[in-house]
Design a protein around this ligand. Sequence first.
Ligand code: SF4
Ligand code: SF4
Length: 115
Amino acid sequence: MSEVSPCLSCGACCAIFRVSFYWGEAQSAGGCVPDELTTRISPHLSCMQGTEKAPTRCVALNGEIGAAVGCSIYEHRSSTCREFPMSGENGIHNNDCDRARALHNLPPLVVLEVS
Ligand code: SF4
Ligand code: SF4
């Protein structure tokens, strides 16, 4: 039986941090991230549009933070998104997940010890 991910009722990390990645992850460079949703921020880095400014919110994030959200480019998201673990994944605490949730007035996820 699969459990519903807490991320589907959160989305906080998509609306706090600058979500940057190597520009070569864009589709035009052979990667998977749609170019039109990115902004070049340095010779080597791009970021998801909407995360380079305040108030921060990735343009690919659908829904209401803290209620029900989804990533409109889930299969095409960058390595930065793929590699950001929710706190508790594999029993490991992620302070940045906690911090993002706190800034959206959401409590930290409960991290269960993996024995
Ligand atoms: S691309 Fe998707 S997972 Fe990544 S920050 Fe945007 S909404 Fe979140
Ligand atoms: S802040 Fe944590 S729980 Fe919320 S969407 Fe991001 S990884 Fe998931």
